[in-house]
Design a protein around this ligand. Structure first.
Ligand SMILES: [Mg+2]
Length: 402
């Protein structure tokens, strides 16, 4: 007769509701579309039944109505859900769309991600970089764009901005109308433009150029890199098309100038391909497009594992800058942030804070969440208009990349 063992009865607690009573719920997603005199901006708000509202900024990809349509279509996937389940909500949205996401869907989900994190930060009473593990630096260095048409104008603009405290600059290597010029003249102009800036500002500040993915051929990009190299480049950005990972990797192997790219890439898988191929010294994801904070922090971690640094793409304004500052403040492999004096531009009216750098750096914000709200009156007073980026051509009439 064996020993009788009473069965052990474990009383497991009832699983708590993942949604339902006791949890904050998303009640609505509102979108906004405004024109700043040059182009449109897309904004959104995620509202909750607790009265906490999060703000976000999807990338205005060009056909902005596509982004607005995607957000409208996916809003029912979020309404009624717990806004703190960011990974689950975004993963579920990506999976139900089934096909690899395109620019409109990546932009839409990025904006929703911002707003969900903004809500989380407001609930926690902390700025976002603290939720992300805390500040990895005391301030965030920026480079300022140069927009001069001639070498002299570029140099004068750099001198003026250096006097304002900026310590790094990025410029186009191209003169206006370059796509219709003989290629040899374009290469000479690239060397002259960067040399004028270097001579004007001396050896202290950093200079970068942005080829802006205008070239198909790595050999042409290599010629531009050789032309500007005497002016000692911080990096050369998008020397070839962003999907030409092997071309970018070849340039990086053959050049001593750091290669930066990635503003047109979204999601961890595309960045994994780029980094695995040895295609970049510096990656440039945009938090408005690459998938939001959650995806961009994973992308930054992929880069960290390969000693690749992150210089976030940030051309679209102050809310984009605020988002990027939180990201930059929290990752260990941040390099430098793009900036274009957005606090001095008409689009600054679309938000309630005019963040401005001091001595070429942003201070870390202390307000909970993102720390910036939309100015809905200014947005309503400046309705969206049709816009596009233009249609440059080569001298034979064929379309050029912009
Ligand atoms: Mg760029």
């Amino acid at each position: 007769m064996g020993l009788y063992c009473a069965p052990v009865v474990r009383t497991l607690p009832e699983p708590g509701p993942l949604q339902g009573e006791g949890f904050m719920k998303i009640t609505e997603i509102r979108t906004y579309h405004a024109h700043d005199g040059a182009r449109n901006s897309v904004f959104l708000q995620v509202l909750t039944d607790d009265g906490i509202t999060g703000v976000g900024m999807p990338y205005s990809i060009g056909p902005d109505e596509g982004v607005l349509g995607v957000i409208e279509n996916m809003t029912p996937w979020f309404v009624g859900q717990d806004p703190s389940r960011i990974e689950w909500l975004l993963r579920r949205a990506k999976n139900t769309m089934r096909f690899p996401l395109g620019p409109a869907a990546w932009s839409a989900l990025s904006g929703i991600d911002h707003a969900l994190w903004d809500i989380a930060g407001k609930v926690a009473g902390m700025p976002l970089y603290r939720l992300f593990g805390g500040a990895t630096r005391d301030r965030v260095r920026v480079y300022h764009g140069l927009s001069g048409a001639t070498p002299e104008e570029c140099a004068a603009e750099a001198v003026r901005l250096a006097a304002d405290g900026y310590t790094a600059f990025k410029m186009s290597p191209y003169p206006p109308g370059w796509s219709e010029m003989p290629w040899r003249a374009v290469v000479r102009a690239a060397g002259a433009r960067t040399a004028a800036v270097r001579t004007a500002i001396g050896e202290g500040p950093d200079i970068a150029i942005d080829v802006h993915a205008t070239l198909r051929e790595p050999a042409k990009a290599a010629e531009i890199i050789r032309a500007v190299a005497p002016s000692r480049m911080m990096f050369v950005e998008e020397p070839v098309r962003p999907d030409a990972v092997e071309s970018t990797a070849r340039l990086r192997r053959e050049s001593r100038t750091p290669i930066a790219t990635g503003e047109n890439l979204a999601g961890i898988h595309r960045f994994a391909e780029l980094i695995d191929a040895g295609g970049a010294d510096i990656i440039q994801p945009d938090v408005l497009y690459c998938g939001g904070f959650l995806e961009m922090r994973k992308i930054a971690a992929l880069a960290e594992a390969r000693y690749v640094t992150v210089a976030p793409h940030n051309p679209l304004g102050l809310l984009s800058t605020a988002l990027s500052v939180h990201l930059a403040a929290s990752i260990p492999n941040f390099a430098i942030l793009e900036f274009h004096s957005d606090h001095l531009k008409p689009k600054a009216q679309f938000v309630d804070r005019a963040w401005a750098p001091v001595d070429g750096h942003f201070e870390l914000p202390e307000a909970p969440g993102i720390g910036m709200e939309l100015n809905l009156d200014a947005i309503a007073a400046n309705p969206a208009r049709h816009w596009n980026r233009g249609f440059p051509t080569h001298d034979d009439g064929s379309p050029a990349f912009i």
